[in-house]
Design a protein around this ligand. Sequence first.
Ligand SMILES: C=CC1=C(C)c2cc3[nH]c(cc4nc(cc5[nH]c(cc1n2)c(C)c5CCC(=O)O)C(CCC(=O)O)=C4C)c(C)c3C=C
Ligand SMILES: [Fe+2]
Ligand SMILES: [Fe+2]
Length: 438
Amino acid sequence: MAPSREASDTGRNWQDADAGLRPTERVGVLLLNLGGPETLADVQPFLYNLFADDSIIRLPPYARFLQRPLAKLISTLRAPKSSEGYKAIGGGSPLRRITEEQAEALAQSLKGRGLDAKVYVGMRYWTPFIDDAMEQIKQDGMTHLIVIPLYPQFSISTSGSSLRLLEDIFESDPAFNDLKHSVIASWYFREGYLNAMAELIQRELQKFDNPEKTEIFFSAHGVPVSYVEQDGDPYRDEMEQCVGMIMDELANRGWNNHFSLAYQSRVGPVEWLQPYTDAKIKELGASGVKQLLAVPISFVSEHIETLEEIDMEYRELAIESGVKQWGRVPALNTNATFIDDLASMVLEKLPSAAPRPGYTPSINETMNLGPPTGRVEDILQTYDRERRVLPPPVRMWEWGWTKSAETWNGRIAMLAVLIILLLEVTTGQGVLTQWLAL
Ligand SMILES: C=CC1=C(C)c2cc3[nH]c(cc4nc(cc5[nH]c(cc1n2)c(C)c5CCC(=O)O)C(CCC(=O)O)=C4C)c(C)c3C=C
Ligand SMILES: [Fe+2]
Ligand SMILES: [Fe+2]
């Protein structure tokens, strides 16, 4: 059953006195995001950081010491293919620029509603890294921190990974003992977000010759199916609920189009969530769909998967499959309704919010649905109980493109391949085969 929506307090004006803060208390907001290579030279080290994350490549306990050499190997093998994609969109990811614009817009929106908060950006795999943001938060003397992962739906591989890193930082630095923090683990059900999505979809539908006959095609980033079916990742459930709620909102506005949901950007040959976007496009084309509106749904900024994969690869595939008219809904980026909803999320978490008469508890609090809101530990306790220490991300100045470092990286990687091959042959469990056919 889809949860009902959380009431938004859009339009309510908060003054600092209202926020329940003492004059010495300062509110920071931390926006968590993935990060992306800014230049083609960043692509391989960015991929290294991604594959060195044990929330992305989940090795069995006996093989964990191979995480970094394997990351080195896979990132080196994949870099040429990824670089082609980044080259096609201008030589780098727009993610940092857009996330910083979102942070600025959020700070302005909060200011307009009476809260002087500083908004920080912390990326998981590229600059500005999460630990740099936390260092700044410490230096700025923040007393309250509201953490918002910029992923509407929770996945172990995205929000979960960033929260694990954050937990590690909290635990290793006593300076954070007094920092009161609250995490909004997922927020796909919020009225502001749903309205913003419905508005964008409606606008694009109206550009078609026969808007009501257009297939609304939601394309979400995939994850390996084992995350959901073995590891308890709520991602697929949240995605399906989210799509259902957007379609409800469209129905309220008089749109009853046919719709479908598929998963894109599979990496490696293990099974990912199905249906796959490319297979679904072919199927829709074969069944006679002539008008298709693609809706990227798992991410709120334009990025390589929207600008290259959807706009170029999937568009071409759709036309080849018989689709005559194609459209794509833009990412939310700094959409005013969306930014206003982010501001509402922050304001609802202020010290005064909970005891305030008339306070609207979040849907998670009232119905115990989805990841709990609250401290990082509470959220990870729900989804990632046996978490381990995370490898720190690579720093450019530590990367050491020196001859000796390269030689040793290469040797370690080769040794890793040999050991993994041996493990594969002896255990029959394919770790390597899962990742090398990229
Ligand atoms: C909700 C969004 C995302 C999920 C879930 C996710 C899982 C996931 N991703 C990979 C591997 C790669 N992801 C890459 C780029 C990338 N991933 C997301 C979002 C999610 N990933 C975004 C927004 C981006 C693009 C960032 C940008 O630079 O614009 C890449 C690199 C690009 C490429 O080579 O295709 C890889 C690799 C895995 C393995 C995974 C789940 C386990
Ligand atoms: Fe990804
Ligand atoms: Fe991709």
